[in-house]
Design a binder for this molecule. Structure first.
Ligand code: UGA
Length: 439
């Protein structure tokens, strides 16, 4: 008989995992403690913007393979394998992860679990969590209930593709049975040739934070070069292209600009530093503090460039910020560099208007006092400065000549190095970018 799965938590990770596992042919139940989210999911739509996910969700609900609940008892009695996909945000006032959703969901699930159920952690957690949960389950759960850790590497904006065609699968297990169950779950992907790595608990947990730390470091490396290029009169985009041809370096994640944001990289490197310190290994990851600082300095630098472009003061100057989400193809505004810059300029006295194709509802929830406009042309009207902070395709494809008459002054800061400086200059714009003082 085919395995039945539950997915606990229906954020980006959980909703995608539930829909994609159902698409692989499993019967899946998704659980969230938020009844409003469950209602939206049951109706066949996703409560956030993720290209392609609505279709996968709707077709699996229609096929009867995917259902949703708010009841832990129902999820536990339905499934044999339970994926924990809840959030681990940065704890308030601290660098470390807030683990309350992980421990809370395990505590709610445990009393109802079948003997032999497998609890699979996918959330990004401090190393040492799986062993702690295993010890807790050994004391409180039915016989044979055990834990596995299976970190997730999906990117927002590519969640379906990354889940159905991952680069690799990593499973941390303590028994052959747990490994066999996960091989059964992922059989179609393994058959497609996806590498399947079996490790112990701490290695699996660390793979995830190591991967995100490496990616953050790569972005901050090129942004550090950007600072040097600004000081030396060089061009970071040419530098990145040139070093990226070396296959040992590679050109991906080498886009210099406003740096990384979102609900993952920033909080993951901070939580990693906090956990390493608890383990007495703080020196090993002390460089991540610099990675974080370089990243945040790009935001300050963009605000400084904007002030300079306006002649030294923001007071009552009209600025349009293009982009509220932390990256294109997402409505997620968590730790969004672009929104951060918009808020900083507004706090300094500018009249800021923020435009974004998908992220305005979330932005308004976090910063209700900011001014938003969903129409690009009215958002740009009378702007004395335009700041491109998120490189949505529709911004990349803007026609600088057509835009000219709409704005008050033709000055743009391309904080993502997403535009062609010559095209904008030829259309009469003053063009400034990060890491390209001479571009
Ligand atoms: C990241 C990782 O890429 C995923 O592998 C991981 O699974 C996920 O976190 C997670 O931990 O859940 P995500 O946060 O969706 O995925 O976004 P990324 O595509 O990694 O982009 C992160 C930030 O870096 C964005 O703000 C983006 O604008 C910025 N970035 C990216 C750059 O500034 N330069 C680049 O060259 C690439």
């Amino acid at each position: 008989m085919t395995l039945r799965l539950s997915v606990i938590g229906t954020g980006y990770l959980g909703a995608t995992h539930a829909a994609c596992m159902a698409d692989l042919g499993f019967e899946v139940i998704g659980l969230d403690v938020d009844p409003a989210k469950i209602e939206i999911l049951r109706s066949g739509t996703v409560p956030f913007y993720e290209p392609g996910l609505d279709e996968v969700l709707a077709r699996n609900i229609a096929a009867g393979r995917l259902t949703f609940t708010t009841s832990f008892e129902e999820a536990a009695s339905f499934a044999d394998v339970h994926f924990i996909c809840v959030g681990t945000p940065q704890a308030a006032g601290a660098q470390k992860a807030d683990m309350s959703q992980v421990f809370g969901s395990i505590a709610s699930l445990t009393p109802h679990l079948h003997p032999g159920a497998l609890v699979v952690g996918k959330s990004t957690v401090p190393v040492g969590t799986a062993v702690q949960i295993q010890a807790q389950l050994a004391k409180t759960a039915a016989d044979g209930v055990e834990v596995a850790w299976n970190p997730e590497f999906l990117r927002e904006g590519f969640a379906v593709q990354d889940t159905l065609h991952p680069d690799r699968l990593v499973v941390g297990v303590q028994s052959q049975r747990a490994e066999d169950l996960l091989r059964e779950v992922y059989a179609p992907l393994i058959a497609d040739g996806v590498p399947f790595l079996v490790t112990d608990f701490p290695t699996a947990e660390l793979v995830k934070v190591a991967a995100n730390s490496f990616l953050a470091t790569k972005i901050s490396f090129i942004n550090a070069m950007s600072e040097v290029c600004e000081a030396a009169g060089a061009d970071v985009t040419q530098l990145a292209e040139a070093i990226g041809y070396d296959p040992r370096i590679g050109n991906r994640f080498l886009a210099a600009g406003l740096g990384f944001g979102g609900g993952c990289l920033p909080k993951d490197i901070r939580a990693f530093m906090a956990r390493a310190a608890e383990l007495g290994a703080e020196n090993a990851v002390a460089f991540l503090r610099e990675v974080d600082q370089i990243n945040l300095r790009r935001r300050t630098r963009t605000v400084d460039l904007a002030r300079e472009a306006l002649g030294g003061s923001f007071r009552d100057r009209r600025v349009t910020v293009l982009g509220a989400s932390f990256k294109p193809d997402s409505d997620d505004v968590r730790d969004s560099p672009s929104l951060d810059v918009a808020v900083a300029m507004s706090n300094a006295g500018a009249q800021v208007v923020v435009h974004d194709p998908k992220g305005l509802v979330n932005a308004e929830r976090v910063y209700p006092h900011m001014y938003y406009d969903a129409d690009l042309m009215t958002a740009l009207a009378h702007a004395e400065l335009v700041v491109l902070g998120t490189e949505w395709r529709e911004y990349r494809e803007l026609d600088p000549a057509a835009l000219g008459p709409a704005v008050g002054a033709r000055t743009i800061i391309d904080a993502r190095n997403a535009l062609d400086p010559n095209a904008w200059r030829n259309a009469g714009w003053t063009y400034r970018a990060l890491g390209r003082p001479t571009a």
